[in-house]
Design a protein around this ligand. Structure first.
Ligand code: GDD
Ligand code: MG
Length: 330
């Protein structure tokens, strides 16, 4: 299935970060947000994507000159002016000649949603469009959705006033959309899918929604953007790219040391006067002093490494005590 990712917004709530860079090109632990979104789609069998571009389209095109993002080939549609979320879908669907059911995603949402389950749900209900839902504590910042027992949407209310929300289930920003939805979107003016098209489809009883309770985060505010980075750092995401940053647990102690990219220092670990190359995993309670670890070394819980040199990809099991050793041994 084809997936259209909406990445044309101005990212106003993230200024000044978005003054020169579109929101979805901002780094989450050093990896542009769009790559997190697309690699999740690739993991769920999506084979091609489209980018609905508006604000600073060149930033995307310049970053992926070989026509692929996270391994998937991509097409682009650049709106002549901001068309709103529905206007963007209509414009891109025409430019990309989308004639079959496709996915639409808000490009600023990080989630482990089971995309295949959403597509199945859509097919089983014979829906015209199906929205993924997520339960949140404060729904007022989102599109609020109520459904009947079968998942048919009764009401879709975009950003209701505080305490006036009829439900805690919100639009999670992933949709399965039949081509007939395009015909509902007026041409050549900005149209919001949330304020105009979904409420109309709810009345027409053709809109469905599926609850999900997986990892989900909209990254659109500074607090959420920070949270997205910390979640990735702490390994809260199911699938993650290799991170070009090092991650150090809050309870770890690192002094006078060089920590390579993608290396993770776990809780209560101590690292002193040491060099750790890239991609190492240092488990809870490990001590590493005056030592050098090559790339991709894994050190099990509570192990102690002192004045030692550890070779590429070595696995040091939990509790091991190494003093003045060179691994692997000759
Ligand atoms: N191409 C294009 N053109 N993309 C746009 C446009 C446009 O005119 N306007 C917004 N977008 C993109 C944004 O870049 C973003 O990826 C996505 O559409 C959603 O826009 P946001 O500005 O982030 O919306 P929001 O976070 O306030 O609310 C939306 O997301 C919530 C979930 O995260 C709504 O869809 C809510 O209903 C939803 O609950
Ligand atoms: Mg958003």
């Amino acid at each position: 299935m084809f997936a259209l990712v909406l990445v044309g917004g101005f990212g106003t709530r993230l200024r000044p970060l978005t003054e020169h860079t579109p929101k979805q090109m901002l780094p989450i632990c050093g990896v542009p947000m769009i790559e997190w979104v697309v690699s999740h789609l690739a993991d769920h069998g999506i084979q091609e994507i489209g980018l609905a571009l508006g604000y600073r389209p060149d930033a995307f095109i310049a970053a992926y000159p070989d026509g692929r993002i996270a391994g998937l080939p991509y097409k682009v549609a650049v709106e002549p002016e901001a068309r709103g979320t529905a206007g963007a879908i209509r414009f891109a669907a025409q430019e990309m000649q989308l004639e079959e059911t496709f996915l639409v995603l808000n490009g600023d949402v990080l989630t482990d949603l089971d995309v295949g389950a959403l597509v199945d749900f859509h097919g089983q209900r014979n829906a015209e469009a199906t929205i993924a839902l997520q339960a949140v504590a404060d729904p007022s910042r989102f599109g609020v959705v109520t459904t009947d027992n079968d998942g048919q949407v009764r009401e879709f209310i975009e950003k209701p006033p505080m305490d006036a929300s009829p439900s805690n289930n919100i639009n999670a920003g992933t949709y399965v959309v039949n081509p007939s939805v395009i015909d509902r979107i007026p041409d050549a003016r900005p149209v919001s899918i949330e304020r105009e098209i979904f409420p109309e489809m709810a009345l027409a009883e053709t809109l469905y929604a599926m609850k999900s309770d997986t990892y989900w985060l909209d990254t659109g505010t500074p607090e959420q953007f920070l949270e997205a980075n910390l979640d990735a750092l702490r390994g809260r995401r199911k699938n993650k790219p290799t991170l070009p940053v090092a991650a150090v647990d809050a309870t770890a102690q690192v002094e006078d040391s060089v920590i390579g990219t993608g290396t993770h220092i776990g809780a209560e670990a101590t690292v002193k006067r040491s060099v750790l190359f890239a991609g190492c995993q240092v488990s809870k309670g490990v001590t590493i002093i005056d030592s050098v670890l090559s790339d991709d070394v894994h050190v099990g819980e509570g192990a102690r490494i002192e004045r030692s040199v550890i070779g590429l990809g070595e696995r040091i099991s939990a509790g091991t005590q190494l003093v003045e050793q060179t691994r692997p041994e000759p």
